[in-house]
Design a protein around this ligand. Sequence first.
Ligand code: COA
Length: 136
Amino acid sequence: MNNFFDDTDLEFKVSDQSIETEAGSLEYDVENACLFVNSINVYRRRRGIGTQIVQRLEKLATEKKISVIAVPVSPTYEAVSFWYAMNYNPSARTDKYWFNKLIRSGCDRVETPQGVIVFDKKLKKRKATECSVITK
Ligand SMILES: CC(C)(COP(=O)(O)OP(=O)(O)OC[C@H]1O[C@@H](n2cnc3c(N)ncnc32)[C@H](O)[C@@H]1OP(=O)(O)O)[C@@H](O)C(=O)NCCC(=O)NCCS
């Protein structure tokens, strides 16, 4: 078996609920014009693999005419730094609060009431009624 992964040339297996590669995977759901990321996991970190998976997801979302991608992010420094680097922002005021608290604390994680910090990215303008990300 060949265990060597060429991180720059990933092959994606895309289904209705997941994007898989030999180096990591992402699970998602679509509801109306919203795409919710349930999880992302990369086996070898800081090699741009997560970036490639998210780029593939956004291509898929554009094809599906999705207006918003929402991500309930684990409140860890690693996870929020990644999604922030992908140009996702904390959704609601409380999410911004916990994001700032985590970044300023210098800790690896914070405990939030919801257990996550919700991030989102708007892909294109749509009527507000078509999709709204509800957080506290
Ligand atoms: C979060 C995760 C998916 C990132 O995947 P990755 O392939 O390592 O990410 P990339 O290499 O594409 O990183 C892109 C950018 O994100 C940011 N980033 C990623 N990991 C980071 C970390 N540990 N600390 C700070 N910034 C980080 C950086 O800006 C990075 O760019 P750079 O390497 O040029 O500085 C991966 O670390 C992982 O699987 N973590 C465990 C599961 C998890 O936390 N999932 C998210 C839950 S929502």
